[in-house]
Design a protein around this ligand. Structure first.
Ligand SMILES: C[S@@+](CC[C@H](N)C(=O)[O-])C[C@H]1O[C@@H](n2cnc3c(N)ncnc32)[C@H](O)[C@@H]1O
Length: 178
């Protein structure tokens, strides 16, 4: 089934993922209405490159790529198995404006991208918070390190850079504005 048919029939994109990933949807992947609003804000007619920092199974990039076919969406994700699932679905749907990388976001030069999406990607490091799996090490210090690293990087981006944060706590993630 094409993504077009899925959206036209109002079928949840979540159903395209394997059951193990569907179970994580409510807490870990962005809701479709949020993706729609975010992609409309991030892409305003121009051919831009948008980076999803911590792209998980690729839900944001895949849906945003459908809503904004003139823009390119890049997902960077630290878990290889999630990147593999994202690439698999992207190939199946034939989307050519969606790209996934298996990396830590700290390995990227953020100046290569025009605009950014961030769904509270570091929260798993906080004790008490639900985890996606046990394939990585978690620690509170990593949350703080990543948060300040990202803030410092975003601060250096040119005026006009658009950043959407979803479900981030104002006090813990300092928002950089254009
Ligand atoms: C809350 S999920 C959001 C997924 C996707 N952006 C969405 O909105 O549907 C956050 C993802 O960020 C990834 N992540 C966390 N820290 C990361 C890092 N330092 N580098 C790359 N990915 C990271 C996690 O593995 C997880 O898959």
């Amino acid at each position: 089934m094409t993504l077009n048919a899925i959206f036209q029939r109002n079928i949840s994109i979540n159903r395209l993922f394997p059951p193990g990933l569907q179970k994580l949807d409510e807490l870990h992947w962005s809701p479709i209405d949020v993706i729609r609003q975010a992609s409309d804000f991030l892409v305003q007619g121009e051919a831009v490159n948008v980076l999803d920092i911590g792209s998980g199974c690729g839900k944001f990039c895949l849906a945003a790529g459908y809503y904004q076919p003139g823009a390119h969406f890049y997902g960077v994700e630290q878990r290889e198995w999630l990147v593999n699932e994202a690439v698999k679905l992207s190939d199946r749907l034939g989307l050519n404006n969606v790209h996934f990388m298996h990396k830590n976001f700290t390995q990227l030069d953020l100046r290569q991208y025009d605009h950014f999406y961030f769904f509270n990607s570091f929260f798993e490091n906080l004790s008490q918070e639900d985890k996606i799996d046990d394939t990585i090490d978690y620690c509170d210090n990593l949350y703080t390190y990543y948060t300040y690293y990202l803030f410092k990087e975003l601060e250096q981006l040119p005026a006009g850079t658009r950043i959407v944060t979803y479900c981030s706590w104002g006090k813990k993630f300092l928002r950089a504005t254009a």
